[in-house]
Design a protein around this ligand. Structure first.
Ligand SMILES: *Cc1c(COP(=O)(O)O)cnc(C)c1O
Length: 392
């Protein structure tokens, strides 16, 4: 992203810094720390796949990938081909699994070219891979996905062994892993997870009986990884926990994870208003006393959901201030009456840590009826991603 603003004549450009209005700070050290914590918690011989889809859950995929490698991750999971190619073009050579579904021959040719592993859910995809690999002169490596109870991608688990047998007979294709995905691992109770694990184990047993090699066996997402070591197998696919967040409250204490993202904005205007003034669209807030209002240059077009209107708090100079009135596309208003020290240009923290206090995506998720995953990947690219200097 360029922050150059063009003046009227050459040489008159004004440089506007990325911290002019609002930005996202990423603490790479926290990501490395989280990767190392996760890695240490895994069963012996189990690898850590860092899931960096959706631009690393909004943190910046390449930044996250490099930090995760430094912390001991061995491979990456992405959703799309473009996400995988971005990593390759940044010089990342570790194995990459494409978790989304690919269908077209050119997509598989692209996998061969960039050394990406597609996910296979059926024989039709395997046949295309086989042709692509045979024509390309080296086998295309792929992982077979089993549906053990998610009803999204994957072959029905009962048909898994037969499919692997067929795939293994194809030239130009090499199945390097067999995996499945948990639908309910963040529930403490865990009946569905147990059923999925039993089905997964049933397939693995059958493969053994047939003398078929599954390659890397993997089942766990963050919740599975944190909740139960028996779900680890050869590899775990971790997203949310890598970014420093627990997938469920009962898993919050399992590892000392550090949140890696902070969202900050500057006060762009301060105004003193009397009692009885309606604030923002629809006057959903009316001042009940003479008030000092602070305008922040961040809004729902940046990822601060309008559903948070009037229910959000922000951190400023060691205090919590209430956001008031409707959040608008590019701006929101905070009641700063209790904080006379606040100035135009002061930095306010909407999400993340500031002066010993902290607001997490879990809180935003509770307020607007969603989950921390969606909050994190909801920050738009209008916000520059900057490395945090630490200690904010
Ligand atoms: C996104 C994803 C993950 C990571 O999930 P988290 O809950 O963020 O750890 C793992 N596996 C698959 C297949 C995914 O799509």
């Amino acid at each position: 992203m360029s922050y150059l603003m063009h003046g009227r004549a050459p040489g008159e450009e004004l440089l506007v810094g990325p911290q002019q209005r609002a930005w996202v700070e990423i603490n790479r050290g926290a990501i490395s720390h989280n990767a190392a914590c996760l890695k240490r918690s895994l069963g012996p011989g189990c690898g850590l796949m860092a899931v960096v889809k959706a631009d690393g859950y909004g943190h910046g995929a390449v930044t996250v990938a490099e930090a995760a490698l430094a912390g001991g991750a061995c491979s990456f999971g992405v959703a799309t081909l473009a996400e995988a190619i971005e990593l390759r073009q940044a010089g990342i050579t570790a194995p990459i699994l494409v978790l989304g579904n690919l269908q077209q021959p050119e997509e598989f040719r692209c996998c061969l070219h960039w050394r990406l592993m597609p996910t296979l859910s059926g024989l039709d995809q395997g046949l295309i891979c086989s042709q692509v690999g045979a024509a390309g002169g080296r086998p295309l490596e792929a992982h077979l996905k089993l549906d053990t109870g998610m009803a999204r991608l994957g072959v029905a688990w009962e048909q898994g062994p037969q499919l692997l047998e067929s795939l293994s007979a194809l030239e130009g294709l090499k199945v390097q892993g067999v995996y499945s995905h948990l639908a309910d691992a963040d529930q403490a109770e865990g009946a569905l997870t147990r059923q999925q694990q039993q089905r997964f184990e049933g397939v693995l047993q059958r493969l053994q009986d047939l003398d078929l090699q599954p390659g890397l066996r993997h089942l766990a997402n963050s919740a599975g990884t944190l909740s139960n070591r028996s779900l680890h197998y050869d590899l775990v696919r971790v997203g949310l926990a890598l970014y420093g967040h627990a997938p469920a409250p009962h898993l919050a204490q399992s590892l000392p994870l550090q949140p890696a993202m902070a969202v900050r904005a500057r006060v762009t205007l301060l105004r003193d208003v009397p009692a009885g003034v309606g604030v923002s669209y629809g006057h959903r807030h009316v001042t009940n006393q003479p008030s000092r209002l602070a305008v922040l240059g961040i809004g729902y077009a940046d990822g601060v959901s309008r559903l948070l209107s009037g229910r959000l708090q922000v951190l400023a100079l060691g205090q919590r201030l209430p956001q008031v009135g409707s959040i608008t596309m590019d701006q929101l208003v905070v009641d700063a009456t209790a904080l006379p020290e606040l100035e135009v240009g002061s930095v306010v923290t909407l999400l993340g840590e500031s002066e010993g206090d902290q607001i997490g995506p879990e809180t935003w998720g509770e307020i607007c009826g969603t989950i921390p995953w969606e909050v994190l990947c909801g920050f738009k690219h209008r916000l520059p991603r900057l490395p945090s200097r630490g200690g904010h």
